[in-house]
Design a protein around this ligand. Sequence first.
Ligand SMILES: C[C@@H](O)[C@H](N)C(=O)O
Ligand SMILES: C[C@@H](O)[C@H](N)C(=O)O
Lengths: 165, 165
Amino acid sequence: NVHAIRGVVADKNIVKISILGVPDKPGVAANFFVPLGKARIKTDMIVQNISHEGRSDISFVVAQSDAREALRAVQQAAAPLGSVEIQFDPEIAKVSIVGGGIASHAEVAGEMFECFSKEKINIEMISTSEIKISCAVRKQQADQAVRALHNHFGLQNQKLEASRA
Amino acid sequence: NVHAIRGVVADKNIVKISILGVPDKPGVAANFFVPLGKARIKTDMIVQNISHEGRSDISFVVAQSDAREALRAVQQAAAPLGSVEIQFDPEIAKVSIVGGGIASHAEVAGEMFECFSKEKINIEMISTSEIKISCAVRKQQADQAVRALHNHFGLQNQKLEASRA
Ligand SMILES: C[C@@H](O)[C@H](N)C(=O)O
Ligand SMILES: C[C@@H](O)[C@H](N)C(=O)O
């Protein structure tokens, strides 16, 4: 499936903010992301999974240079909600495979995750689209992950890197 | 920001499978998605957020026609792991905004979520990339969500629909 994947991208210039235990009802996501937008803070890898007992977590990443302001905006938005916990994680990287063939190649996701497994790299978050699979990992493991993905998908000469992909 | 967003896509021909409480250690994601790939089941909207007490949830969607086989593959892969719960949700739809301007327009995510909020539509999962923001909602609310997004982003004449986007 060497043609399914066009490249591997690692983004290390990011931090992760997780908002834990938000009420899973209409308006809550807007409550956080409208102020972030008004503050002109670009968010990426917004991830929310299914809720448990009416509560959900929302995580996202921002550029390191936006970390302080993003955290402030989220803390302000969280205040009226009560029992919400905010976690800040500066030691994260986003490692992604990109390619038009992802949606049509059923095996690609498992192969990417198996690369991480063989390197004993823990996958902390996953977010996908039809042309991109992104995994959050420890920043110090990003280079190792990229090398392993390049080797597996035969992309040694097509390395793409972006400081804010 | 009418140029930031190129279209709205709704995918109703999908079901959601959530694997709850998997150990958050290397190899677990591969444990599920390698067999899915071998069974040639195309997965989309793979979502995993941060773990709690060493356990995490992994959700994904498949085409309705793949539901039975996907569920079987996941149940088999879960068996050795012990206390893992599998949830199956056929009443889900994926509603997405697509556009090259998403990454560079900080306000777009909040505006999308605010559309759902105004319609009192609950956002059940979120997965993003630089050119796409996808939200999982109840299937019967998908059309209403699409109309609201079209109206907000001024896309009445650019409606894109896909049975498997
Ligand atoms: C948790 C959050 O996404 C909420 N369900 C909302 O619709 O805004
Ligand atoms: C939960 C799962 O993603 C696990 N962390 C893994 O690396 O496979």
